[in-house]
Design a protein around this ligand. Structure first.
Ligand code: NIG
Ligand code: FE
Length: 390
């Protein structure tokens, strides 16, 4: 047990706050109200700085081989993401590079991007598989994700995304891929303790809603929560399907309609907004933010860090983009990378400055919450505190 300490002279929602913590938050309130029993504890003066929960990146593909800078150039010349995918590039080009990489290579490649996130106050990262699309390579990606958690002071939540694309050896036989590879490998990965949630890409270039439904039933049989890449490029009603399965989140959502929003509201499924992919694909169709607000659907924000549609390893920039491109308020953007991101991962022990939560905090050289989303390309982090360690 760590000896409790006091953080004082900081601002939260309270202008002149104090925080008492060990591994958890023990007390939080106006500095003037600090109870006398804490009088003898070591004090750290934060110089009036802003304190928030440590940030949470709840949607990344940060473990992968290779890069797709060539496709970036192609897209600038007018070739679409779907055209590249149908021609065997896109996700499948990253699959080739990922299959060729060892676990050590995957970890070494991911770490600089992980470090970039941590340098911005991130304390929890979700990492998906989905560039292996064969048993060994999917397992290797998930093991790499678990290994990262041991190498850095960060919580990693893994998501099994073997239903990301149909691999070339199963071209035109998506159902066979699901039955012979995707679902059996899920069971193996789960038995090895490698899976915290199950995801899929529900799209014309990937898997149909019936196929996703089948995968989600297999996940349910293993007691694993589900989430879904839904309504990114078209409307296959994936969000409603995910909500019907009680999904933690539905992600992307540019093509989401009001029925989908209502289904998400009823199931308390979080909408994960990914402005980096919107930006990089030069998408013009906005996710239905007003509908989500009107129906009370919680909105999270994440980087979607991946080599194709979102080579973005700054969660602060994702917050800026969520405000500038999607018109979230700066308060919604912060909520989206803390409290709502935690819910999108099924985590109830972090994301809020509330007594009993993990002492995962970010201390900022900022005077207001709005400043976090306002700057572009500047990192105002003063200090990250993980599990109460300064
Ligand atoms: O979240 N939409 C599908 N999956 C990723 C992109 C993967 C890729 O292009 O490599 C996404 O945007
Ligand atoms: Fe994604």
């Amino acid at each position: 047990m760590r000896a409790p300490v006091i953080l004082e002279n900081c601002q939260t929602a309270i202008p002149d706050a104090a925080i008492v913590m060990d591994e958890r938050l023990l007390w939080l309130g106006p500095r003037a109200d600090l109870p006398g029993d804490y009088a003898g504890l070591v004090r750290h003066d934060l110089g009036g700085r802003l304190v928030t929960p440590a940030l949470i990146d709840c949607h990344t593909h940060i473990v992968h081989g290779g890069n797709r800078a060539g496709e970036f150039a192609q897209r600038l010349e007018g070739v679409s993401y779907e055209e590249i995918a149908r021609a065997g590039g896109g996700i499948l080009s990253t699959v080739r590079a990922t299959r060729a990489a060892t676990q050590a290579e995957l970890v070494a490649k991911a770490l600089p991007f992980v470090d970039a996130l941590l340098a911005e106050g991130v304390g929890t990262i979700e990492i998906k598989s989905g560039y292996g699309l064969e048993a060994e390579a999917e397992l290797r990606m998930l093991r790499a994700a678990r290994e990262i958690a041991g190498l850095r002071d960060v919580t990693v939540k893994t998501t099994y995304l073997a239903a990301h694309a149909v691999p070339p050896e199963y071209k035109g036989r998506a159902d066979a891929y699901l039955d012979e590879v995707c679902i059996p490998t899920l069971r193996v990965a789960h038995a090895e303790g490698l899976v915290d949630a199950v995801d899929a890409f529900c799209e014309g270039i990937a898997f149909s809603s019936d196929q996703v439904d089948r995968l989600f039933r297999a996940a349910k049989a293993l007691n694993l929560p589900v989430k879904l890449h839904a309504e990114q490029l078209s409307n296959l009603h994936g969000a409603a399907l995910a909500a019907g399965h009680g999904a933690l989140s539905a992600d992307h959502l540019e093509w989401l309609d009001e029925d989908g929003v209502k289904a998400m509201a009823a199931a308390v499924t979080v909408a994960v907004l990914l402005p980096g992919a919107f930006y990089a694909l030069r998408e013009t169709r906005l996710p239905p933010i007003d509908l989500l607000r009107r129906h009370g659907v919680a909105m999270a924000v994440a980087t979607d860090m991946n080599p194709g549609t979102s080579p973005l390893s700054s969660l602060l920039l994702a917050m800026n983009m969520a405000c500038t491109l999607f018109r979230l308020t700066p308060a919604e953007a912060l909520d989206g990378v803390t409290r709502q991101a935690a819910r999108a991962l099924g985590l109830s022990d972090r994301g809020e400055l509330v007594v009993g939560q993990r002492a995962d905090l970010a201390v900022w050289n900022c005077e207001s919450v709005a400043e976090l989303s306002y700057r572009i390309g500047f990192n105002p982090l003063h200090q990250r505190i993980i599990g109460g360690v300064l």
